[in-house]
Design a binder for this molecule. Structure first.
Ligand code: NAD
Ligand code: LMR
Length: 329
């Protein structure tokens, strides 16, 4: 079998990190061939064409074909999986929402081009920031494609949260589970340890032995560290996260396609779950079942959790209002 995968912004940093892992089989496994479509703007075509030459030189057995284009109709033609990466990254001192004016205009036309050209079961993952609201815009412009097929990447935040917990607890990261991200991929996001386990035991109990006052550690250390990790990376490396973002995008799409045994996190359309207004693309605890994300329902939320989720969702509502006032919704 062959899967057609479109990567927008393929000439950029994250695109470069993604392409070779996909070609090597990290996304869909060793038995699925891939056809890559690299969609760029004219200024990015040279970099994407160079990446295509290098893909050829990689002699990847699973890679059937690579096409480089700046025409969205060609870029999304027959695509099964779309990774919408192409967008400006933020610089030091900016919030991701500051990118709205620069980037939001990209996602309406791409949503429309997906609806017109992609395969019927297309699944879309938005990486370009602000990812939740860009996914909302793309979904709203994709007539006939269910909004459930448009998602925003928050897996990087979850991976960061699990890694911070693993480091604090001195435990292997794979033993830390059920750390969902709620809300927006922004500084208001809520990485939630209420249901988290380490080696099958509650994380909160293990943390109490190490940090003492767990609520204070969560509020003053853990949550800000995770929520502001993107800004920390920008400050330390001089530009925004690349390989960790590509790796999280691969985790997200792989789990969407192949299914999950446990919870993870994804920005998905709300149908009103947990009081999140219908239609917003918010991060939730999710499972992937039969190729579709399902929100994990029925979790009890403490007052602290409720307040944090409400604050992040309020920001998503504000972003939606902002793009409405820009005429993009
Ligand atoms: P980059 O500047 O290196 O690459 C962006 C590429 O997108 C460029 O090659 C540019 O030519 C291309 N591009 C711009 N507009 C386009 C369009 N309309 N169609 C197709 N291509 C277009 O940036 P990067 O470091 O690869 O980051 C890309 C985006 O991903 C940024 O918005 C960044 O903030 C975001 N990001 C999100 C996450 C996340 O977890 N959601 C993590 C890291 C980065
Ligand atoms: C990240 O979380 O690393 C990305 O969203 C890039 C950024 O602007 O922080």
């Amino acid at each position: 079998m062959t899967t057609t995968i479109t990567i927008t912004g393929a000439g950029g940093q994250i695109g470069y990190a993604l392409l070779f892992r996909i070609a090597a089989g990290d996304l869909l496994g060793p038995d699925e061939n891939v056809r890559l479509r690299l969609l760029e703007i004219p200024q990015g075509l040279g970099a994407a064409e160079g990446a295509a030459l290098e893909l050829q030189d990689g002699a990847f057995g699973l890679l059937e074909h690579v096409e480089v284009t700046d025409d969205a109709a060609v870029g999304f033609d027959g695509c099964d999986l779309a990774l919408l990466v192409g967008a400006r990254p933020r610089g030091p001192g900016m919030e991701r929402a500051d990118l709205l004016a620069a980037n939001a205009g990209i996602f309406g036309p791409q949503g429309a081009a997906i609806a017109a050209n992609a395969a019927p079961g297309v699944r879309v993952t938005v990486v370009g920031n602000p990812a939740n609201t860009n996914a909302l815009i793309a979904a709203a412009s994709a007539d006939g494609v269910p909004a459930e097929r448009f998602t925003a990447l928050t897996r990087l935040d979850e991976n960061r949260a699990r890694a911070q917990l693993a480091q604090t607890l001195g435990a292997p990261v794979h033993t830390v589970r059920r750390v969902p991200i709620w809300g927006n991929h922004s500084a208001t996001q809520f990485p939630d340890i209420s249901h988290a386990t380490v080696g099958g035991a509650p994380v909160a109990e293990a943390l109490a032995q190490i940090v003492g006052d767990v609520p204070t550690w969560l509020d003053e250390t853990f949550i800000p560290r995770v929520a502001k990790r993107g800004a920390e990376i920008i400050e330390v490396r001089g530009s925004s996260s690349v390989a960790s973002a590509a790796s999280a995008a691969i985790d997200h799409v792989r789990d969407w396609v192949q299914g999950t045994e446990d919870w993870t996190s994804a920005g998905v359309v709300s149908h009103g779950e947990y009081g999140v207004p219908e239609g917003l693309i918010s991060s939730f605890p999710v499972r992937s079942v039969d190729g579709a994300w399902q929100i994990v329902e029925g979790l009890e939320l403490s007052d602290r959790a409720r307040a944090r989720i409400d604050a992040s969702v309020a920001e998503l509502v504000e972003e939606r209002e902002a793009v409405r006032s820009l005429g993009m919704l």
